[in-house]
Design a protein around this ligand. Structure first.
Ligand code: FAD
Length: 371
């Protein structure tokens, strides 16, 4: 056991994962409980800006952020969690860390280098981004497999940084971001066309779809015939929940790889254990938008339980219509805001395109303004 026994006044909360969800929740509870964040990496990666870091690695200095100031009272332990049971989590070392409440926020993995590899340190991650950048800089033709938000943003960033590079964006769907308003699709198509991106909708790639790293030169075959040749191919098909360590755990149910939760974000089979973020099976999309709702909800719930006044009485409600901000380069793009309001480049640039929300990420970690 590596932490002290609790006093009745200060309960212990273990947060598994120091990504967007885990850090925000941990910081919000630091004044009312003994909070420990267990995170396998040595830096927080503000991965919203990782796409631009591939086209301009100077952004790396701004997006790999230390955990030192996250918790004025609590602590961040660098370790991999390998198990969870009521009242404790187990670390890869075999140590158990006892807790009155456990919050699972292990998030998701993504194609490299848009998130780091499993427990990759910041030095190795920097090298990985620079290596991708070096390949990108000399590529004359780039193909992107997958026109989700990351694929769209990547196409826009590449055309902004390297206007003469041919960029082809492939999607198996016949419209962009099918889960969102058709107006968003139209605006984004226009923005991509304006940048000179070749958009191939309704074209399923047959090669390299699951590639974890950029590869090439390669010829990508398309279902139904046709090929696209490229010096460099990025496959950005989507996120994979980091829940392998929970498979087979009594009391943990996984659905589509995500952790099943009840209406209070608690695991139905394990009381006092909750899940939030990309790894939790809520009706939210795998975005920060979902976290913006889940964290305040669980914060209030746990604060009520800790104070003895009772948790939330209302069930958690995901966004009714999902929100998303999709820059196409620093000055272009389109966004869908609450109530399905679709906005164009000015709002997108203001919300995200220019600054990529670095200031907010720093504030969430207790860091001051950039110098
Ligand atoms: C390139 C890119 C750009 C994106 N841009 C946007 C955007 O602009 N807007 C938006 O809303 N969403 C965006 N997203 C999605 C967004 O990043 C995710 O929704 C978000 O990362 C989810 O946060 P999280 O805290 O749940 O998980 P994560 O951010 O994945 O964090 C989970 C953390 O848990 C740690 N961890 C995992 N397992 C263990 C373990 N067993 N032991 C210890 N630690 C562990 C991981 O190391 C990681 O630090 C983007 C995603 C990508 C890949």
């Amino acid at each position: 056991m590596i932490n002290e026994p609790s006093t009745p006044q200060r309960l212990r909360i273990a947060v598994v994962g120091g990504g967007y969800a885990g850090t925000r929740l941990a910081r919000s509870l630091d004044s009312v409980a003994d909070v420990t964040v267990i995170e396998q990496r040595d830096r927080f990666l503000h991965n919203i800006a990782a796409i631009r870091a591939v086209t301009d690695p100077s952004w790396l200095d701004r997006i790999l952020l230390p955990y030192d100031t996250l918790l004025p009272k609590g602590k961040v332990v660098r370790a991999e969690v390998t198990g969870v049971e009521p009242g404790s989590v187990t670390l890869a070392s075999g140590q158990k860390l006892e807790a009155d409440y456990v919050v699972l926020a292990p998030g998701s993995s993504y194609a490299l280098p848009f998130k780091p590899a499993k427990d990759e340190g910041h030095v190795a991650y920097r090298r990985r981004v620079h290596a991708a950048h070096d390949r990108l800089r000399v590529a004359r033709a780039v193909t992107i497999i997958g026109a989700g938000p990351v694929g769209i943003e990547l196409a826009g960033e590449i055309k902004h940084a390297f206007p003469h590079t041919e960029v082809t964006l492939l999607s198996a769907h016949d419209r962009l971001l099918p889960g969102y308003s058709p107006r968003l699709d139209r605006r984004l198509r226009k923005a991509l066309a304006g940048k000179g991106v070749h958009l191939k909708l309704g074209h399923r790639a047959l090669d390299g779809v699951d590639a974890l790293e950029p590869f090439g030169p390669a010829t990508v075959h398309l279902e139904g015939g046709g090929t696209v040749a490229a010096d460099l191919v990025f496959a950005v098909g989507g996120a994979t929940p980091n829940t392998g360590f929970l498979a087979g755990t009594p009391g943990v149910e996984l659905g589509k790889g995500r952790i099943r939760v009840d209406e209070h974000l608690q695991l139905p089979g394990m009381s006092h254990v909750y899940a939030i973020g990309d790894a939790a099976l809520t009706a939210d999309t795998l975005t920060i938008g979902g976290i913006e709702r889940q964290v305040p909800y669980l914060e209030q719930h746990l604060k009520g339980l800790i104070a003895g006044t009772g948790g939330q009485t209302q069930p958690y409600q995901a966004w009714k219509s999902p929100v998303i901000v999709v820059p196409v380069g620093p000055d272009g793009g389109a966004s869908q805001l609450p109530a399905s309001l679709v906005m164009g480049r000015w709002v997108t640039r203001l919300l995200k395109g220019r600054t990529l929300m670095v200031g907010k990420a720093r504030r969430n970690l207790g860091l001051g303004a950039e110098v």
